[in-house]
Design a binder for this molecule. Structure first.
Ligand SMILES: [Fe+2]
Length: 206
């Protein structure tokens, strides 16, 4: 066994606008599967390391398990960011700290939102994530393929939207992803977003 055994976090989420409780319940189960996936990988890697070496015949299994760490860990953590920035009914409009950061980087909040929504509409399976550069304080929106391809090392996730079809397929047809994105925005907990901004910025934007 390696290090920590993770436990699924509990999210008191229901009654979202445009995202059904049925979707949330299915999604929570999926998230718990990632937590289990992380724990299982760590256990298996720990077993291979138990005798203090990775034998030649163990190396293929060791390599495959280690390759899967990025998928399972990011699958766990990104869902926590996603559920953590949702709240029934949202919390109104973005607070000043976020809109100021968006304006500084994109010229206006609306332009930031256009970029984020457009990232979210990209074809494929993944995530739309707004990150903050902890050094400059500036924001940038990124498409993450699966869970692990495209994350920017050291950048702080600020607004995280699941764009896999499982996030909305019980509520919308695949071609109606834009309706899901509208629903996502109507449920964003901007106070949670604000806390992430404050935590993640080493050198606050002037
Ligand atoms: Fe998901």
């Amino acid at each position: 066994m390696l290090g920590t055994t993770y436990k699924p976090k509990q999210f008191n989420l229901s009654n979202l606008q445009g995202i059904s409780d049925k979707t949330l319940e299915m999604h929570f189960k999926l998230y718990e599967g990632y937590v289990k996936g992380v724990n299982d990988l760590n256990q298996k890697i720990g077993e291979l390391l138990a005798d203090g070496k990775v034998d030649k015949e163990e190396f293929p299994a060791y390599s495959e398990l280690t390759r899967r760490l990025g998928f399972e860990y990011n699958g766990m953590v990104l869902h926590e960011y996603y559920f953590g920035n949702l709240k029934s009914g949202g919390s109104g409009t973005p607070d000043k700290a976020f809109s100021t950061a968006a304006e500084k980087t994109f010229g206006s909040y609306d332009r930031w939102r256009t970029d984020f929504v457009s990232v979210g509409k990209m074809r494929g399976v993944g995530w739309a994530i707004c990150y903050q550069d902890p050094n400059s304080g500036s924001l940038s929106n990124h498409w993450i393929t699966l869970h692990e391809v495209g994350n920017v090392s050291g950048f702080n996730p600020i607004v995280v939207m699941d764009a896999w079809e499982h996030a909305f397929i019980l509520d919308y047809a695949p071609a109606d992803r834009p309706k899901y994105i509208d629903a996502f925005f109507s449920n964003v907990d901007w106070s949670a977003v604000k806390k992430r901004l404050q935590r993640g910025t080493i050198a606050p934007a002037a």
